[in-house]
Design a protein around this ligand. Structure first.
Ligand code: ATP
Length: 149
């Protein structure tokens, strides 16, 4: 078999949060028939900044609009596309976003579900360690914002 070709893809997404009476809640989306729970994200299209992509992808995948408060960080992972014999290295930028409007029932068909979870529940539910690291950083950022009020 020929050696796999390589591709580097850049995506962007967000941790969108709202303050419920007792807890802060964040949104996760489920994919692959509900097998995984992830942060909403998608490919940075030509001419887009990662910030614009994050707001667009969060709106499309979760049905929710929000405004960016801060950059959280980025993660990188590798995966293999068997049909194309391609090794993909993906970098995903993540932003902390404050919820403004919309409802999760308006999530798009690319995801199986979108739902609000208390922060600590989301930390347990989320499937990938990289996404979990981003959620943990988002929690620290938010706690810093709250204590500075
Ligand atoms: P995008 O949402 O950026 O358009 P996609 O849906 O085409 O991307 P990914 O979500 O990156 O693709 O999934 C590609 C592969 O990487 C899948 O096998 C998926 O299970 C895996 N994957 C997804 N997120 C992560 C992650 N945070 N860490 C490691 N592997 C991941």
């Amino acid at each position: 078999m020929k050696p796999a070709s390589l591709r580097h893809q850049i995506s962007s997404g967000g941790v969108i949060f709202r303050r419920a009476p007792d807890v802060v809640e964040v949104v996760l989306v489920s994919v692959r028939g509900g097998k995984y729970w992830c942060l909403p994200k998608g490919v940075v299209d030509k001419g887009e900044t990662p910030e614009i992509t994050a707001v667009r992808e969060v709106r499309e995948e979760s049905g929710l609009s929000g405004k960016i408060i801060d950059k959280i960080g980025e993660i990188t992972y590798w995966y293999y596309i068997r049909g194309e014999n391609m090794k993909c290295r993906k970098t995903v930028h993540f932003y902390l976003m404050e919820y403004e409007s919309g409802k999760t029932s308006d999530h798009d068909f690319e995801v199986d579900d979108a739902a609000w979870f208390p922060f600590d529940t989301a930390l347990k539910k989320i499937s990938f360690n990289g996404d979990r690291t981003i959620l943990e950083k988002a929690k620290v950022l938010l706690e810093g914002l709250e204590s500075g009020k």
